[in-house]
Design a protein around this ligand. Structure first.
Ligand SMILES: [Zn+2]
Length: 227
């Protein structure tokens, strides 16, 4: 069932739907850190981890819309059980929920924001947990890069606020495990749009689809336009 089609039918105006990673990828491609790249992956690290893949300026969805589910790449086959039913998915090792769970006896560590503040203030355990997450994400990103060959990896989502604490270990893991092309391994950069990425992606999606719709309408023969 297409949610967009159902809503379009109910409210009588066009509705376009996509997931947060794809919307973030679209926004960063149009007006952020992936601007001008020939191929980019936007890796969104929040409570869970997912990616939006952009090829030639368009988001690649796959056949059933599941493309980019990097959070369910097996990172440790004997690792914790994941919500998806598999074991040791990247989400269970590096997703925000998994990181906060490591501090479950600490009442001051409830949100990703708490973790970022602790890391910023120099608390070693918080910095270590974020760095380990970066390393795990880097290993999964290396597989993604080997399969998809992007030019740039843009890191977004709330945990991207950790900056180099997250990105440096990610880069290191990527350099160890990704096949290097003539330009080396893909560049790893922080998203430029921050928390606004998904909202700006929504606007881009609507504007581009409505634009397309108008173009198609103008291509249709006059009779069908009147009908
Ligand atoms: Zn999973």
């Amino acid at each position: 069932v297409s949610v967009g089609d159902v809503l379009t039918g109910r409210i009588g105006c066009p509705v376009f739907v996509d997931n947060e990673a794809n919307l973030g990828a679209l926004a960063e491609t149009r007006s952020g850190a992936a601007r001008g790249s020939r191929g980019a992956a936007y890796i969104r690290v929040g409570h869970t981890i997912s990616a939006g893949l952009v090829i030639g300026g368009s988001v690649f969805h796959g056949v059933t819309g599941k493309a980019g589910q990097i959070g369910h790449v097996t990172t440790d086959e004997n690792g914790p059980i994941c919500k998806c039913g598999s074991r040791g998915c990247l989400d269970t090792l590096a997703g925000g929920a998994a990181l906060l769970d490591l501090f479950r006896d600490d009442p001051g560590m409830q949100r990703i924001r708490d973790l970022l503040l602790r890391a910023e203030s120099g608390e070693p355990s918080a910095r270590r947990v974020i760095a380990d997450a970066g390393r795990h994400i880097g290993i999964a990103a290396a597989s993604l890069s080997n399969l998809f060959d992007p030019e740039r990896l843009v890191i977004g989502g709330e945990l991207a606020g950790a900056g180099e604490t997250l990105l440096a270990p990610m880069r290191h893991a990527l350099e160890r495990s990704a096949l290097a092309g003539s330009d080396g391994v893909p560049e790893v950069v922080q998203g430029e749009l921050g928390e606004r990425a998904e909202m700006l992606g929504c606007l881009a999606l609507a504007i581009e689809n409505v634009g397309l719709d108008t173009e198609l309408r103008s291509l249709a023969p006059l009779d069908s336009r009147r009908a």
